[in-house]
Design a protein around this ligand. Structure first.
Ligand code: SF4
Length: 265
């Protein structure tokens, strides 16, 4: 059997433009990320250091978390195209510092985390003679008493993660539902839903936490409706990864397959 090892964090984009996903994750087409993505990586590093310290009983200060952010921003582990986004390093540093401080002082104190950056046991999906092996770590898990149990929480950074005062959850279920399933098979504990913490990386930096939503149901399906896993299995079985030229990421800037894809205008 052929095995495809895929990071669970990429899984959501399979259902955006499957053709782009195939190009990047099966055919190995690569495109350097932009500074805005590197800003997100830095914010993840600073906030994870802060939450890990609190969870393990070795807390760090907000200033120390901010320093972790700056070091991660300025020392990328992969290629960064600094011309891709309309953003300077100085702007990125200013925005990231505001967001890291807002997160540590406004969000983290009310979250009751039970895990931070937990490695997950791989999820194997058999698709005919192909096995898809989803791997990854989960940003956070927390207990939400009003929701009745353990909730998977994912940090999202970007320019449009908050709209009309609410954190956007649209299109997040494939990734978050995968994390719910992987979390449950890793520690045997049931999850009751997923949630997004949004950190808006614009000059009007803002943070927020979404409502809890049932992402696992969308992955697994119901008695009457197929889940996304079944649709994904169909793509791998047939080798048909359809293009979506209406994707918001269908552009030379974001798609590694743009140069050879005939489906965009
Ligand atoms: S150019 Fe557009 S349609 Fe083609 S693979 Fe990229 S995102 Fe999909």
């Amino acid at each position: 059997m052929n095995e495809f090892k895929v990071r669970a964090s990429s899984w959501g984009s399979l259902f955006d433009c499957a053709h782009r996903w195939e190009g990047e994750h099966i055919l190995g087409m690569r495109k350097p990320s932009g500074l805005r993505a590197q800003l997100g990586t830095g914010i993840h590093a600073g906030t994870a250091a802060f939450d890990s310290g609190n969870l393990t009983g070795a807390p760090i200060t907000v200033d120390e978390a901010a320093e972790v952010f700056v070091q991660a921003l300025k020392n990328p582990e992969q290629d960064v195209d600094y011309k891709q986004d309309d953003l300077t390093i100085l702007d990125a540093e200013k925005i990231g510092l505001v967001l890291t401080v807002k997160y540590c002082t406004e969000i983290a104190p009310r979250m009751d985390y039970v895990s931070v950056e937990m490695p997950l046991e791989p999820l194997l999906i058999t698709c005919g003679d192909v096995i898809v092996k989803l791997t990854g770590t989960m940003d956070r898990a927390r207990v939400v008493r009003s929701a009745g149990g353990k909730v998977i929480n994912d940090l999202k950074t970007g320019g449009r993660v908050i709209a009309n005062g609410a954190v956007v959850v649209q299109g997040r279920s494939a990734q978050l539902g995968t994390y719910q399933i992987m979390s449950e098979q890793t520690d045997g504990e049931a999850t009751v839903g997923s949630q997004i913490t949004g950190l808006q990386t614009t000059s009007k930096a803002a943070v927020g936490v979404s409502r809890v939503f049932d992402a696992k149901r969308i992955m697994l399906g119901t008695e009457d409706e197929k889940g996304l896993i079944e649709y994904a299995a169909g793509m791998f079985k047939t080798g048909l990864f359809p293009p979506n030229p209406q994707s918001q990421l269908c552009s030379q800037k974001y798609c590694a397959r743009w140069g050879t894809c005939m489906y965009h205008e």
